[in-house]
Design a protein around this ligand. Structure first.
Ligand SMILES: [Zn+2]
Length: 82
């Protein structure tokens, strides 16, 4: 499995959602269903929870940022012009 090879090479593994949907446009049950299975998969392969979420299209709401922060998940995003 690709994740196991990446982990074996000691790279960080973050999350990007299950189906590349814009999280900010989804109700909580759906955006959480994008994140939680990723978290479970990476946790199982890596042996610890992933620390990073890069939301598809960078589209993440304040509510989602707070939800992630409460679970020690940081948001990886970019700035315009970067
Ligand atoms: Zn993407």
């Amino acid at each position: 499995m690709v994740l196991q090879r990446i982990a074996a090479d000691r790279h960080s593994i973050g999350m990007h959602g299950q189906s590349h949907r814009k999280l900010r446009q989804l109700p909580p049950c759906e955006w959480q269903a994008e994140i939680l299975p990723c978290q479970a998969t990476v946790s199982r392969v890596r042996g610890r929870q992933p620390m990073w979420l890069r939301a598809p299209f960078g589209a993440v709401s304040d509510e989602q940022i707070e939800w992630c922060a409460a679970r020690s998940i940081r948001i990886a995003n970019w700035l315009l012009g970067s």
